[in-house]
Design a protein around this ligand. Structure first.
Ligand code: EPS
Length: 397
């Protein structure tokens, strides 16, 4: 895989770090490109007080000079503003022998969270050693790396947007015509949905659930437009793009399901109601001069992009920190207890949509570089242009 990326950082530690390696040299890149995506991830009705504390901004530590990528690993840092309130609790230095026990020890592990399995697996006594990293705060660092991938893909006319289609069981009605710029419309909504009526009902429901000390999940749809035919491959399991997208999206905290195109519904109907008929479309070069009359496949056939929009739906479970806690055991005593009720969000589904866009951008940029290569943006563009020129000569070209 030409692109490699990793993140580091605890939720209330000093900072988050993101390293992206494999981006070609010569991509115009400003901190503002990344900051705009970080701000989008912080949106959404239903989040807790933490989002009022943080205002995520990136500092490039390496890999960018004079507004362009160098082709070297790009290291980025995002400070946690809340760290100053957690310095003692998160201090890497050992406690002095006569020190009081650290504050905010978590032993009443939350059902549905990494707390319990994590302390057993990593042999820790304090679930904070687990939850600080399991926190969805980590996705900030993913979105930073993904913002660079989006910037790269935009050079080839690829756009990725998302919108919320369901929250707590309330479904949004998809507009008859999707807006040309999905994010311009969804980012203007408090829940990143395109159905204003449903949004009202969702907001009322979030308020009600918050009063009840409970939480909500939901579904977002992510769409990538402008992709050329032939990213990914049919030849081996680990080169199929469906699998790579599925793995990347399923790694987002609290995500429990991914559908591509018609998804699970394909299993319930006949082949004639599933497969997209093909017709000639001269001049539609990026798709091979053809068009699918429908796009039930969601832009992927045989593990490869078809040139139709790539459509992925992502299901997120309700957040596992409940203010009216569920029953658990206290791992310090073995006794029955109510789970810890740390400050948290009622729902973070709108943010999940932005993170899913990001994970899709990482996979697509990787598939792009696998197909077209290039150590500089110019080289990638030349290779991409040569491929499209050839595809243009096929099928009626
Ligand atoms: C989170 C709990 C909350 C969320 C956090 C994820 O943070 P805190 O424990 O500080 O109140 O706000 O999400 C973020 C900080 C973020 O940037 O998305 C959790 O336990 O997963």
């Amino acid at each position: 895989m030409p692109l490699r990326f990793t993140t580091a950082g605890e939720s209330h530690g000093q900072a988050l770090v993101s390293i992206l390696e494999g981006m070609p040299a010569g991509l115009p890149l400003l901190a503002d490109h990344v900051n705009a995506e970080l701000a989008r991830r912080q949106q959404g009705y239903g989040r807790g007080r933490r989002m009022q504390i943080e205002k995520d901004t990136v500092e490039f530590l390496s890999g960018v000079r004079a507004g362009e990528t160098l082709g070297s690993p790009i290291a980025m840092m995002i400070q946690n503003r809340d760290w100053k309130n957690w310095r003692e609790i998160m201090d890497p230095a050992p406690d002095a022998p006569d020190a009081d026990a650290r504050k905010r020890v978590v032993t009443r592990v939350r059902p549905g969270h990494a707390d319990l399995t994590g302390i057993l697996k990593y042999d820790r006594d304090d679930a904070r050693d687990i939850l600080e990293r399991a926190s969805a705060r980590e996705t900030t660092a993913r979105v930073a790396a993904a913002a660079i991938c989006k910037r790269f893909l935009s050079e080839f006319g690829v756009r990725i947007g998302s919108h919320l289609v369901s929250l707590g069981g309330i479904d949004a009605v998809r507009p008859a015509n999707m807006p040309d710029d999905i994010n311009a419309a969804s980012d203007a909504s408090a829940l990143r949905t395109l159905d204003a009526d449903a949004e009202q009902r969702m907001v009322t429901y979030i308020d009600e659930i918050k009063r009840a000390g409970n939480t909500l999940g939901g579904i977002c749809e992510v769409v990538a437009d402008g992709l050329p035919v032939g990213l990914g491959s049919h030849v081996s399991w680990d080169r199929k793009l469906d699998g790579r997208i599925g793995a990347a999206i399923m790694s987002i905290p609290a995500v429990k399901g991914v559908e591509i195109g018609m998804g699970f519904q394909t299993a319930r109907v006949t082949g004639a109601d599933v497969h997209d008929e093909i017709e000639m479309a001269p001049g539609r070069v990026h798709a091979g001069n053809v068009r699918r009359k429908t796009n039930r496949a969601g832009g992927l056939e045989g593990g490869m992009t078809t040139g139709e929009p790539l459509v992925v739906r992502v299901a997120m479970k309700p957040i596992s920190t409940l203010m009216r806690p569920l029953g658990t055991v206290d791992v310090a005593t073995g006794e029955a207890a109510a789970a810890v009720a740390e400050r948290s969000d009622v729902t973070a589904v709108p943010a999940m949509g932005v993170i899913a866009e990001g994970m899709l951008a990482l996979v697509l940029a990787d598939a792009f570089l696998e197909k077209f290569g290039g150590d500089s943006l110019g080289e990638t563009q030349r290779n991409y242009g040569a491929y499209l020129s050839h595809v243009a000569t096929r099928l009626g070209g």
